[in-house]
Design a protein around this ligand. Structure first.
Ligand SMILES: [Fe+2]
Length: 352
């Protein structure tokens, strides 16, 4: 009988880097021409950010930030293994990987037999990783084509005009939102072999091509013309609910994972791209913790973009699913940071 386990994690690339590289995104942003000269030094930053920066002089803050995340992944992995799903569905974004100038779908369900990835050849990890894996290391992941085809058909029947694909275009295999999620769920390298259905959400919307899904704007002078927007939070919430409805009628046990960090510093213009919108993230976390996920349906694209919470849309899809199923977070952790680009959230929503 169908049962659905909800899980929330991050796919933050710096977790795969050594502690000495954990603040690499802040270092990169500080050298950008878009950051005013007066904001490049720590004495211009908010006080908690200065404290965390000082605490990271010998990378101690990075070690602590890593320990909390690794603990989060171990908790989620245990829930995953205890549940023993038939497959894992991952809501993840694309940052100029599968989808580029020749097409960007709002949503795309991947019906794969198998996919081979080279995650350690991706830009951020090519200069080293915590597992000392070679850049050419190949990771094979089984898909679940039958379940993905079933889901795409059910969504289309329900009025959600989702795209689907039978293979990945990206030269390195799965985009980092998906492959990092799997790598981190297997942080202790014991092996992870659940079939996977990647569910693409165009979280970046107006930034996806113009900012190349990340730092493109930091390397350009002058205004950056926005791309058409992401699907709205209301639409993500609704497609999450429709996904839960379809899978609840299926023969499969499904672990449904939202994968992303929350407010990303490099997207927060009001903070000169230096620190994330911690206040907005705290508000979202309180809503998650207190069973108020239905409120996320009313978020607006404008407020998510102003807070650099574009990737939260992956979690909004999960929220719609959990709200539909009446499942609440039985455990969660909010790992706050000012200097490591983005705070991370972990959550487990057991089946009812
Ligand atoms: Fe991402």
């Amino acid at each position: 009988m169908a049962e659905i386990l909800g899980l929330g994690v991050t796919h933050s690339p710096p977790l795969a880097r050594p502690d000495s590289g954990m603040a690499g995104i802040l270092d990169r942003v500080r050298s950008s021409r878009r950051v005013p000269e007066s904001f490049r030094q720590p004495d211009a930053w908010p006080e908690p950010m200065q404290c965390e920066w000082a605490a990271n002089a010998n990378f101690a803050a990075a070690a602590e930030h890593r320990a909390r995340q690794v603990e989060g992944f171990r908790r989620v992995r245990k829930a995953l293994d205890d549940f023993a799903p038939d497959f894992v569905l991952i809501f993840g974004d694309d940052q100029y990987e599968n989808f580029r100038e020749d097409g960007v779908p709002p949503f795309c369900v991947f019906a794969l037999d198998e996919v081979e990835s080279r995650p350690f050849a991706m830009g951020f990890l090519s200069s080293g990783n915590v597992w000392n894996a070679d850049a050419e290391t190949r990771v094979r992941t089984r898909g679940h084509a039958a379940a993905a085809r079933y889901l795409a058909a059910k969504l289309l029947e329900a009025g959600f005009d989702t795209s689907y694909a039978y293979r990945m275009r990206h030269e390195l295999g799965m985009p980092h939102a998906f492959i990092n999620t799997l790598l981190f769920l297997d942080y202790d390298r014991t092996g992870l072999d659940y079939p996977v259905v990647p569910f693409h959400v165009n979280c970046y919307g107006s930034s996806v091509l113009s900012k190349r899904g990340a730092f493109g704007h930091l390397e350009q002078d002058g205004p950056v013309a926005p791309d058409p927007p992401s699907p709205s939070p209301a639409r993500c919430f609704a497609i999450g609910a429709a996904t839960a409805s379809a899978l609840a009628q299926s023969p499969w046990r499904v672990a449904m994972i939202a994968s992303s960090s929350w407010s990303h510093a490099f997207l927060v213009e009001k903070h000169h791209y230096l620190w994330p919108d911690v206040e907005a993230d705290r508000a979202r976390y309180e809503e998650l913790r207190d069973g108020q996920l239905a409120r996320w349906r009313g978020l607006t694209t404008a407020e998510l973009e102003a807070s650099g919470q574009q990737e939260l849309l992956n979690w909004v899809c999960l929220a719609g699913a959990m709200d539909h199923l009446g499942q609440r977070a039985a455990w969660s952790d909010f790992v706050e940071t000012w200097i490591f680009n983005a705070s991370k959230c972990f959550a487990v929503f057991p089946p009812r």
